[in-house]
Design a protein around this ligand. Structure first.
Ligand code: CO
Length: 157
């Protein structure tokens, strides 16, 4: 496994619509392993392929309940609302309030090309939406209704 460089806000690659994965091969598996390691190294809870410069529909998430790998994910259901502070590994010093669904259902493929279903509430629902947005070139700052001063977050903690 290897750490990859994280693409930062302002880079055009974060604004592209990513293409579907068609081959579930060892190249994909290396990429997934690298994404997970890179995310963990940065204390993130999610990372999308464009954040390492690869414009494919691939996401890794770990909100503390173990790794979730999503290939070609599609949101199939949304319910309710939540509004919480969100950040992004591509913009380490920016935080803002984003409204997201309270509950999200996703259908995707695992690394072997088998269809899987994931349901999330709270942080997982937020992470699913945030990472899938990345695959469509959407950043949390596009959706934030209020940005937060990083100094205020440090004070609260
Ligand atoms: Co992000």
């Amino acid at each position: 496994m290897a750490l990859r460089n994280i693409v930062k806000f302002g880079d055009d690659r974060l604004r592209k619509k990513c293409r579907e994965v068609t081959e579930f091969n060892d190249k994909l598996w290396v990429m997934l392993d690298d994404m997970y390691e890179t995310m963990k190294q940065s204390d993130g809870v999610g990372l999308a392929a464009p954040q390492i410069g690869i414009l494919r529909r691939v996401v890794v998430i770990d909100v503390g309940e173990g790794p979730i790998e999503l290939i070609n994910p599609v949101i199939t259901g949304m319910k309710g609302k939540q509004r919480e502070v969100e950040g992004c590994l591509s913009s380490p010093n920016q935080w803002g309030y984003v409204e997201r669904p309270a509950k999200v259902k996703v259908t995707a493929f695992n690394r072997y090309g088998k269809e899987i279903k994931v349901e999330g509430t709270e942080l997982l629902a937020r992470a699913l939406c945030h990472e899938i947005d990345h695959l469509n070139g959407i950043l949390f700052t596009d959706l934030a209704d209020e940005m937060v001063d990083p100094k205020d977050i440090e004070k609260d903690n």
